[in-house]
Design a protein around this ligand. Sequence first.
Ligand code: ZN
Length: 115
Amino acid sequence: MSNPNEPTSSSPSSHSLSLTDFQKLIEKMYGQKDRERGVEGTFMWFMEEVGELATALREGRADELEGEFADVVAWLTTMANVVGIDLTQAIYKKYGTGCPGCQKLVCACPPEEKP
Ligand SMILES: [Zn+2]
């Protein structure tokens, strides 16, 4: 049986990791430090990582893109842990059944609208 505190992947080379498992992994690795730092400090680190992703995208540094995407998702997940948001639930509620703007699976919102 699976342990709810462990990722379901059985080996480090597995390429399957659910968002739920990732959020639990981040909690296990960083949860205590994250709560001590608080939401303001965590948000600053998140924004720094977003800036690094922007740099990697702008400079076309393909070798660094993977890592920067991973960092941004990791810090976003950390922030969700600090404020007690279940990311899987949040994403499913908002996007799980289609575009939040037009409710379609393939967005049909006019191009001038954000979605
Ligand atoms: Zn739409």
